[in-house]
Design a protein around this ligand. Sequence first.
Ligand SMILES: [Zn+2]
Length: 454
Amino acid sequence: MSVTPVDTETLRARIAELMPGIRADLEALTRIPSVSLDAFDQAQVEASAAATADLFEAEGFDVEIVREGGRPAVIARKEGPEGAPTVLLYAHHDVQPPGAENLWDSPAFEPTERDGRLYGRGAADDKAGIMAHLAAVRAHGDALPVNLVVFVEGEEEIGSESLPATLAAHGDKLAADAIVLADSTNWDIGEPALTTTLRGLIRVVVTVSTLSHGIHSGMFGGAVPDAITALIKLLATLHTEDGEVAVVGLDAGTASELPYDEARLRAESGLLDGVGLIGRGPLLDRIWAKPSITTIGIDAPSVATASNTLVPSASAKVSMRLAPSQDPDTAYDLLRAHLLEHAPWGAQVEVHLDDKGEGFAADATGPMYDAARAAFADAWGHPPVDIGVGGSIPFVAAFAERFPQAALLVTGVEDPDTRAHGANESLHLGEFEKVCLAEAALLSRIAALGAPGA
Ligand SMILES: [Zn+2]
C-alpha cells in the first residue's frame, strides 16, 4: 500500500513545536555519565540504556535491552502501515571519558548553553543522534509512515566489540530496507553531508632485533648495529621523500571535490608554522581516500633511563589507514612484505597484526539516496554534499556486512566545531533542529517509495 507522506511544512512546524521537549530529554540523557570504558562506573551505561529504552517505550515502541557479552544495547520496534518499508535507526548511548576537568568551560555532564550551542559530553556524540531519531518519531506521532527499528548501541566508543555477536543474535529483528546511522558529521554550519566513505585500518607491531643481548656501545659501536637505529631506518622506508606512502600495491581512491584548502587543514590540525604537508594530490584525497601510515608508539629504553648500550631489540606500533575499498588482509600482507624486505643490515624483523578494520564505500545512488538527499534539501534548502571520513567506524562495516541489501545512510549531528571526544564537546542547536527535520522528512520520503519490489 502507499501512504500519503506528511508535507515538509507540516513537519517543519511540528519539529519546531517539539524542540523544547527534545532539548529537555537530550539534557537528561547528557547528565548520565555513560562512559563505556572499563575504568568507569558501568552502572551509568546501564542507566543510559534504561533511559533510552524509556524514551522509545513512551512512544509506543516494543523495547528490549540486549547484551551479547558487551554493554547493553537498546532495540525498539514499532510497526507502520502494512507493506511499508522498514527503516533501522542507529545511534549509541555510551560516551567518551570527559578527560581533564579543568579543560572544560562548564562541567562535562551538566549540559550548558552558550552562543547557540549546547555543551556537554555526549550532547552531540551521540545522544543527539538518539534524540534526532526520537524527534522524527514524535513528528509523525501516531501515523508512522514506515516500520521502524531503533538500535542504540552501548559500546561504540570502545570499538563495538560485541556488535557482530549482537547482529548475529538479533539481526533478524533489525533487518531493514534502509539504515540511518546518525553518528557522523555535517560539512559545515548550513552545509549538510552524507558520509559515503570511511577508511579501513591495519595496526601492526613490528619488532627489530640485531643482538642476542645488550652490549657496551663504546666497545662495539661503529661495527655492530643497534636495534633502535635499525628500527628507525626501517620505519623511514614507509614513506617516500615527500611523505607519500611507499608500500607498493595499496589501493588509493579519490574523494569528492569539495573546497578544502591548506589554510583550513593547517588551522583544523594545529600544524606548526613552517612544517610542511606530506603526500601528494588533493588534500581530501590524502585524508579520506588514500592510505596513510603513522608510527604511534615505540618500545625502547626511555630517555631518562637510557645508558650507553647497543640495544638488542626494539618495537614500534604502526597504524595504517586504508583506502575505503581496500581489503584489509591484502593491505596487511603488503605492509608485512615491505617491512621484511626492507630490514636494514640484515636485522631480524617480526611483524604481528594488532588490529584490522574494514573501510566503507557506499554505492551512494538509487532511490534511498535520492530520498535522503531530497530530505536534507527539505531541511536546509539545498542538498547535502558527499563527504568521507578518514577514520574507521566499526559499526558501519558491521552493518554493511550483515545487511548487504540495505541502503546505508550515514548522517550525523556534528559540525567542524563539535569537538566530539575532546573538552567542550557541543551541539549546534540550530543545525540540530534541521537534522531532526531532515530525518522526519526522510521517513516520509522513504514511505513514498513504497516497499522495495512492491
Ligand atoms: Zn559517536
